[in-house]
Design a protein around this ligand. Structure first.
Ligand code: SAM
Length: 231
């Protein structure tokens, strides 16, 4: 399957393993991952965030309930919300999540945004699990036609040591553990370059109390809600 589908499948497998109730996808783009996740029966709250409102709105109506959802209401309740805003800014609507996914997001961040990202995601949102995926630049020589970066909007592409040092330092700073994996296997004989997409799975080491989830973090709402569906 294409690489993006392997990344989404990785998240679906993780949801199957940890059964999170509240999942947020940062940099959700056209909401394809959110749409896939709405079929996971453990999930009760799904939220998407993107800095580009138009790409989010393109196919967001896929997230609305279908007639069958009204005719055969499921046991669980599901709320899906889309927010317009930046991962460089804190908003209370992102508190209390079990899983936060950042798929092919960080390489699109400006230096100043990337600097704020750990404090917003790990310090403020502080979900039980964070998943971050990003290109592995060591794989690039195997991709036809890639000269500098895989996409013109990428601000950087990291090799494994670069990503892992950033991730380990972030994990240490915010009291998470992190494990590295990836999707997109290299061809036989080229295993030394690693996965095409590198992935860090961060697990929060400390338990979440309702205080640390909500009340001790008074913040003003800055994101704009662009979609909401209640099943
Ligand atoms: N996660 C999706 C996927 O895997 O298919 C889309 C990845 S796309 C390559 C990167 C997305 O990040 C874009 O939709 C872009 O608008 C969004 N983005 C870039 N900077 C952002 C920021 N500061 N805050 C939130 N989203 C941002």
């Amino acid at each position: 399957p294409p690489l993006y589908k392997q990344r989404y499948q990785f998240i679906k497998d993780l949801v199957g393993k940890y059964k999170p109730k509240k999942v947020a996808d940062l940099g959700c783009a056209d909401c394809t991952l959110l749409w896939m996740l709405k079929f996971c029966s453990c999930i009760e709250v799904l939220a998407g965030l993107d800095i580009c409102a138009s790409v989010m709105k393109e196919k967001m109506h896929r997230l609305s309930p279908l007639p069958v959802d009204y005719l055969q209401p499921a046991e669980r309740c599901l709320t899906v919300t889309l927010h317009h805003g930046s991962v460089a800014h804190k908003d209370p609507c992102m508190l209390g999540f079990d899983l936060v996914t950042c798929i092919e997001l960080i390489e699109h961040l400006e230096e100043s945004e990337l600097k704020k990202f750990p404090e917003v995601v790990f310090g403020f949102m502080a979900p039980g699990i964070v998943v971050i995926s990003t290109p592995n630049s060591e794989f690039n020589p195997l991709l036809p036609g890639v000269t500098l970066f895989r996409h013109p909007d990428h601000k950087f592409e990291w090799n494994r040591v670069q990503f892992q040092s950033w991730a380990l330092e972030t994990a240490r700073c915010y009291d998470y553990s992190v494990e590295f994996t990836g999707v997109g296997h290299p061809p036989t004989g080229m295993e030394n370059v690693g996965f095409c997409t590198q992935i860090g799975v961060f697990i929060r080491k400390y338990p979440q109390t309702s205080e640390s989830a909500q009340s001790e973090k008074p913040t003003e709402a800055v994101y704009k809600t662009v979609f909401k569906a209640v099943y």
